[in-house]
Write a protein that binds this ligand. Structure first.
Ligand code: MN
Length: 215
């Protein structure tokens, strides 16, 4: 049977040292997984939880995300991203969970969903996936804006380890090949404006670099 109209292209991420692409099925994200970030968001006893972004929120291959509509307070959140293949985790990447913080604050206050604050278009810039093992837990996770360090931490500052997050995700969903899991952000989240140059690094993973484009 023919399609009524052509299906949207499959969103994908590059893989370092490979021509193959990682087809993105969906994006799960963990909230408040670093103690100091949970505190800065007003939560003393952090209990990680999940929210989602659509697969086509990924921004890859050096593309620049456009400053989103409606918000006056777009925030950066650097995160370790877990890439799930057919037989479990196949690699790791540096991602940025872009957040409309003002809309998130309104949603929290009203007890409403986070979709508009977290799952908007181009909200998930992501670098190439490095296949293989988890980076050294002592590895630094860092984000700079225009050369200035804004977020810095270590992977072992996580409240829940990537293994624990994956196990929890598997309780809630049938996690499948193509799923990405953003594992939370360390403290130091803050605003971005059009023209800002963002560089994010985690250990020896391929780094993420983008400029916030004006609308
Ligand atoms: Mn986040």
């Amino acid at each position: 049977m023919p399609w009524l109209f052509p299906p949207a292209p499959t969103p994908s991420l590059p893989i370092s040292d490979s021509d193959a692409r990682f087809p993105v099925r969906r994006i799960l994200c963990v909230g408040q997984n670093y103690a100091a970030h949970a505190r800065e968001m007003g939560h003393d006893r952090a209990e990680p939880f999940f929210f989602t972004k659509p697969a086509d929120a990924v921004v890859t291959d050096g593309a620049d995300p456009v400053y989103p509509t409606v918000t006056q307070n777009l925030h950066h959140e650097v995160e370790l991203v877990c890439a799930v293949g057919p037989e479990g985790v196949i690699g790791w990447a540096v991602g940025c969970d872009l957040t409309r913080r003002d809309l998130q604050a309104e949603a929290k206050k009203a007890g409403r969903p986070w979709d508009a604050s977290k799952g908007f278009d181009q909200s998930a810039p992501c670098a190439a996936i490095r296949p293989g093992a988890l980076p050294d837990p002592a590895a630094p996770i860092e984000l700079r804006v225009n050369g200035e360090v804004r977020q810095t931490g270590r992977l072992d500052d996580m409240i829940w380890s990537p293994d624990e997050i994956l196990a929890k995700a598997r309780e809630l969903w049938d996690v499948q090949a193509g799923d990405l899991i953003f594992t939370g952000t360390p403290e130091g989240v803050g605003p971005l404006v059009p023209g800002d140059v963002v560089e994010a690094t985690i250990g020896g993973l391929p780094s993420l670099r983008f400029t916030v484009a004006a609308r």
